[in-house]
Ligand binder design. Structure first.
Ligand SMILES: *Cc1c(COP(=O)(O)O)cnc(C)c1O
Length: 465
């Protein structure tokens, strides 16, 4: 399997190089030359199989002959053994036709673990074989940093620098990344918002000399292996509810569009998905885009679901490329225009193609709080604010959409205790495995929202200064 850039001006490369590269050298994102196809029979056969086995089945389609089947199976088995629920991603029923897929049973209590646990082991395997060390720079809106710290802690071939927007993430989110006590993990509070962090990351990755000297790489959801890992639960969940015989609607609380794009990948691979509902908080760039056909950056507002406080959704470029019939020149034009003006008009045909699969819904803060309370009252379930965005969107669309809906539950309520308690007047209990977190010592540095300052910090770390 070969991978090409969405901007059409980078050479096609293999799976391992795609995983290590993150962003393509022409500024685009990697996508496979063609989507692997699963037959109805193959999809139906996922029913009742352990999650790690389905993950290995799907990952091996993307890795092709670059990774031995046995290696892929071992990586998946180990990655999902870190989850505390035997089903890995269990389903919970909220209403006759509404389900939650709980993606938060990993070590940092957020769905980022699903991909990061797998990615860290992939890196370990690849870098050990190549006998090199890489520096992973990551920009986190709250959960990626903790998931990366948990997944890469103590690994010999990787250093991690996690940038987070100072004061914009919850204490529990921060503690997951700042308390590992491991020398290969560094955390940086950036004086800016998540979009600043993400812009710094892009600038650093575009610096070829830095890239080479420290072996720079990214594990943000622009990394293709992450979205591969995420398409697995669309399969397991849909099959548990009757797919491929019955199309399922997924409601995805969205920020950077990695999760929703993973659903689109599952669809492209043959899974019958009725609709993918892209649910945002009041940072509604994606919801507006699917409603109006204009992709326009707004001003990032802090909300109770900080992992989605994003006004520039990196993975949207992958969908744009697909909807524009894989026209790299058009995709490059659009995203250069977006970088310069903060706005892009989607060509009518591409917008129409997006509309066949996606619906956008934005949920305000009042509705999030009301949904946390009503879900608790009606079902006894305490849901976190990100999950509540999806559940609120599901309720809003339920009258118009037939068939089962699955809202993706992306974080444990105990990761956002203040918001949950304020809404439901009940404090969510921290799962036993995460309880020692509160007593551990934090370690992190502060930097201005300046790419040069971050680049120097990364260089010093890699050189052991
Ligand atoms: C990252 C994250 C999201 C958003 O996922 P995207 O792939 O960025 O759209 C939603 N909820 C939680 C809890 C997250 O950590």
């Amino acid at each position: 399997m070969r991978y090409v850039s969405t901007r059409g001006r980078a050479p096609a490369i293999g799976f391992i190089d795609t995983v290590l590269a993150g962003l393509a050298p022409d500024g685009g994102l990697y996508v496979p030359e063609e989507w692997p196809q699963l037959t109805e029979g193959e999809i139906a056969a996922f029913a009742g199989r352990p999650y790690a086995e389905v993950a290995a089945e799907i990952l091996s389609r993307f890795a092709g002959d670059e990774l031995a089947r046995e290696t892929v199976e071992d990586i998946c088995a180990e990655a999902y053994a870190t989850f505390t629920h035997a089903a890995t991603v269990p389903l919970k029923q909220l209403a006759p036709d509404l389900f939650l897929a709980e993606l938060f049973h990993g070590p940092s209590l957020a769905f980022k673990d699903v991909a990061m646990q797998l990615l860290a082991r992939l890196y370990d395997h690849i870098l050990t074989a190549q006998n090199r060390t890489q520096t992973i720079l990551c920009a986190t809106s709250g959960d990626t940093g903790g998931a990366a710290a948990e997944a890469f802690r103590g690994r010999a071939h990787t250093r991690v620098v996690a940038m987070f927007p100072d004061g914009r993430i919850s204490e529990v989110q921060r503690r997951f990344m700042t308390t590992t006590g491991e020398d290969n993990i560094r955390c940086v509070a950036v004086a800016g918002d998540f979009d600043d962090c993400q812009a710094i990351l892009k600038t650093a990755l575009a610096d070829q000399s830095l890239r080479q000297s420290v072996g720079l790489s990214a594990v943000n959801s622009i990394n293709f292996a992450r979205v591969v890992a995420q398409c697995v639960y669309y399969f397991t969940t849909a099959v548990a509810l009757g797919a491929p015989g019955r199309p399922i609607t997924f409601v995805v609380p969205s920020g950077n569009f990695g999760d929703a794009f993973a659903g689109y990948m599952a669809l492209k691979m043959g899974l019958p998905i009725a609709r993918i509902v892209v649910a945002t908080n009041s940072n509604d760039i994606l919801a507006r885009t699917f409603q109006t056909g204009r992709y326009v950056r707004g001003i990032t507002q802090p909300t109770s679901s900080p992992a989605m406080d994003i006004q520039s959704a990196s993975n949207f470029e992958r969908l744009y490329y697909e909807a524009a019939r894989r026209d790299g020149v058009e995709t490059a034009r659009a995203f250069q225009a977006f970088a310069e003006n903060g706005a892009v008009d989607i060509p009518p045909k591409a917008f129409e193609a997006m509309g066949e699969t996606f619906t956008g819904v934005a949920i305000g803060e009042d509705d999030v709080a009301r949904t946390i309370l009503s879900t608790y009252n009606e079902t006894g379930e305490l849901i976190d604010p990100h999950t509540a965005v999806a559940v609120a969107a599901a309720h809003r669309l339920r009258a118009d959409l037939a068939g089962p809906m699955v809202a993706l539950s992306t974080a444990h309520a105990a990761k956002f205790p203040e918001a949950v308690e304020a809404a439901a007047r009940v404090a969510p209990a921290m799962p036993p495995a995460a309880q020692p977190l509160a007593a551990k010592t934090e370690r992190f540095d502060h930097l201005p929202a300046d790419a040069e300052a971050v680049k120097t910090y990364v260089r010093d770390f890699a050189e052991g200064v």
